[in-house]
Design a protein around this ligand. Structure first.
Ligand code: IMP
Ligand code: MG
Length: 183
């Protein structure tokens, strides 16, 4: 029988089991460990976790990263219910003193790309030396921007999902697998 969960008024069915997510994180972490092997205590990588969705991905990723890094967070939001509004609000601003640093943006999911474009612009304005994007999930059919997505752990079809940090109106973040809207 299919595993299902109900959040608010909607039902979701099991889509990506936790083991597959963890495996994808192992793979992306291995690439990051190669690419950032030259980081030092004097020049650590700033890992910028985008709240709240990327919290669980960032935690799992950090456990696997073996180079000097500092963890920071910020919060931009664009979603209401199951739709991107296209309008981005800064709810927690970027950390101070990013100038000259290398930044790795850690995102839960890139959908239309509106959020990542704003994030990149903010980092450019903060005069970072380099910024790269690491996202757990990408919806390639929805993504229409030119920003390079440097590290993508998993690609999914253009459907609404919850779990592993992702929410439907704030519920579902604590589900350890990923569930998809059952239509
Ligand atoms: P974008 O700005 O359209 O790329 O949307 C990015 C943000 O929208 C993500 O960081 C998520 O917070 C949210 N989002 C996009 N797709 C989903 C989804 O399928 N489920 C839950 N949240 C999503
Ligand atoms: Mg998010």
């Amino acid at each position: 029988m299919d595993k299902k969960v109900t959040l608010h008024d909607k039902t979701f069915k099991l889509f990506i089991p936790n083991e597959a997510i963890e495996k994808a994180i192992d793979d992306v972490a291995a690439k990051l460990n190669e690419d950032y092997a030259d980081a030092t205590d004097e020049d650590p990588v700033i890992v910028l976790c985008t709240l709240n969705g990327a919290i669980i991905f960032a935690a799992e990723l950090l456990k696997r990263l073996q180079f000097p890094l500092m963890l920071k967070a910020c919060k931009l939001s664009s979603y209401a219910g199951t739709q991107s509004t296209g309008y981005i609000k800064t709810e927690v601003p970027l950390p101070a003193k990013l100038e000259g640093h290398r930044v790795l943006i850690v995102e839960d999911i890139v959908d239309t790309g509106n959020t990542i474009v704003v994030m990149k612009d903010l980092l450019d304005a903060a005069k970072v030396r380099d910024s790269k994007v690491c996202t757990l999930l990408l919806k390639p059919e929805a993504y229409k921007k030119d920003v390079k997505l440097d590290y993508v752990a998993m690609e999914i079809p253009n459907r609404f999902i919850v779990g592993f940090g992702l929410d439907y109106d704030e519920l579902g973040r604590n589900i350890k697998d990923i569930y998809v809207l059952d239509e």
